[in-house]
Design a protein around this ligand. Structure first.
Ligand code: CTP
Ligand code: MG
Length: 179
């Protein structure tokens, strides 16, 4: 059980940090350049080039760091932990950002303002984006790494982790809303 949970969360870590890094690094020019669709912003000011690039680099950097410590941590935990080929790391990190951007697009179409909470979508958009881009860029690795058991852990644990880190970022004054 510990091995399963540790393996699942470890495999998703390069997809977890991009959003948090984007919160820290975000700002500047919005990706949509202020453009609107049907009177509403395409994405909104919350999706910036800087945040997206910083988030992707943060995810890839973390994957490289995890690869370096994988033998030590796997031995210490007695857990089966994956390592990340570059294509997989890139897919998870950029995919997480694209999933979040896709959710913003949907939220604007639904008439939700920037920062509005959409429970479920907010917590899983980046997981879906990460898994989709990972399977496109590194299909064999993704299928082998994300067993059904690990996927189940990811779907249950991610919303809890996401809510906790965002509430923390809000309390620290880094984020405008606690979700
Ligand atoms: N951010 C960014 N670029 C991204 C994602 C996030 O710059 N691709 C930064 C923005 O400063 C954003 C903050 O991180 O306001 C929080 O991200 P998020 O909650 O995803 O955005 P929201 O502001 O809530 O906007 P939306 O309603 O469109 O999700
Ligand atoms: Mg938000």
């Amino acid at each position: 059980m510990i091995s399963l949970v540790a393996g699942a969360l470890w495999a998703m870590l390069p997809a977890y940090v991009p959003n948090n890094a984007a919160v820290l690094a975000g700002g500047g020019r919005p990706i949509d350049g202020g453009r609107t669709l049907g009177g509403r912003r395409l994405l909104g000011d919350g999706k910036t080039w800087r945040g997206t690039v910083a988030g992707t680099i943060a995810g890839i950097t973390l994957a490289v760091a995890l690869n370096a410590v994988q033998p030590t941590v796997a031995a210490a935990l007695g857990a089966d932990l994956p390592t990340f080929p570059l294509r997989a790391a890139f897919g998870l990190a950029l995919g997480a950002m694209l999933g979040d951007i896709g959710a913003s697009f949907l939220k604007r179409r639904l008439g939700r303002q920037r920062g509005a909470a959409v429970p479920g979508l907010d917590q899983l958009d980046f997981v879906i984006g990460a898994l989709v881009l990972a399977v496109v860029l590194a299909p064999a690795w993704t299928v082998e790494t994300f067993s059904l058991a690990r996927l189940a852990v990811v779907v249950v644990a991610t919303p809890l982790l996401h809510l906790t880190t965002n509430a923390g970022a809000y309390l620290l004054g880094l984020k405008a809303e606690p979700w």
